[in-house]
Write a protein that binds this ligand. Sequence first.
Ligand SMILES: Cc1cc2nc3c(=O)[nH]c(=O)nc-3n(C[C@H](O)[C@H](O)[C@H](O)COP(=O)(O)OP(=O)(O)OC[C@H]3O[C@@H](n4cnc5c(N)ncnc54)[C@H](O)[C@@H]3O)c2cc1C
Length: 346
Amino acid sequence: MIDKSYDAIVIGSGITGGWAAKELTEKGLNVLLLDRSPDVKHGIDYKGEHVPSWKLPFYGKDERQLNQRDYFISQHSGVMDASNRHLFNNDRKNPYQYDPKKPFQWIRGGGVGGRSLLWYRQCYRFSEADFKANSDDGHGSQWPIGYSDLAPWYDYVEDFIGVSGQAEGLEQLPDGKFLPPMKMYGIEKTVKQRIEKKIPEITMTIGRTAVLTENHRGRAACHYCGPCERGCSTGSYFSTQSSTLPAARATNRLTLRPDSVVERLEYDPETKRVSIIHVIDAKSGERLQFSSKIVFLCASTIASTQILLNSSSEHFPNGMANSSGVLGKYLMDHTTGIIGSAVFLG
Ligand SMILES: Cc1cc2nc3c(=O)[nH]c(=O)nc-3n(C[C@H](O)[C@H](O)[C@H](O)COP(=O)(O)OP(=O)(O)OC[C@H]3O[C@@H](n4cnc5c(N)ncnc54)[C@H](O)[C@@H]3O)c2cc1C
């Protein structure tokens, strides 16, 4: 039996899938949102509660053996601990292969909301220089769009999610529609002053971040309690759960189906459309089939590619939409961040 009750199906409930579900439901479509992971609440730790930083319990030493057995990739994210392990991928249950000479740490979310519950929330716009870098340096192919094409969409997203930051008027780091910036600490102000005195062409600015510095669209301003890595019980930082999912739910046109692993897509060469989405229920093992006019594949860069490569057929022997043969090559994902630190000697 193919379930055809939805106008659109979105695969993956991370940052992109949550947005797709919000936009499509707000435009009047009945949407099924599928995610391979279990449903998790924003800002609830593994005991089912949110604890402000001043009441942080002592979790004891993290369970190194458990991490090495089940979270041998996720543990490298830099933010996983006993309180939020349930938000990360279990690498033993969901493994992947790589060339041992070229190890690759694919940090994945383990709950509905995907990496919107893991990210550091830093939000920067590409500038015109980023779009022209290839042509300026003579590498690769040129971007078919420029900053001016994207700028109104940056506005649209920032206006909804709430991004705090300081406008600086820098060409290489375009300003956005900012909420008030977070204040710098004394030491940060000192470093800023000294840098700008010694190297005036360098601007040090406060991080631009999807954390609310004032109440915004029904969400409360951050109260700086501290343990953001557990999620945010006030919904002050952007995640699918705090922002796009409530908007989609408010339309009464959203059906969220967690624990639904999309195995492959079936293509109908006559209609030239995805005709069936094959799903395995992660809890029962049951095989299910869904169909709709519109399918948004938002399972993240690598997982979406994995699904397309799995979707081979007579028409697409090397994976769906892979007539060029480049599917799975030349891709880039943002799996974590780089953090630098320094000691201030006065
Ligand atoms: C620790 C960390 C810090 C980061 N910090 C930043 C930052 O500061 N700024 C920034 O811009 N970016 C940051 N990123 C990157 C950012 O989180 C990702 O680029 C972004 O979340 C990608 O969104 P997405 O919707 O494509 O994928 P995801 O958010 O990963 O969502 C994909 C969803 O698809 C689901 N899925 C996967 N496979 C299937 C399947 N077969 N069937 C059904 N569902 C499936 C997953 O369960 C998941 O919920 C960070 C990432 C990490 C891990």
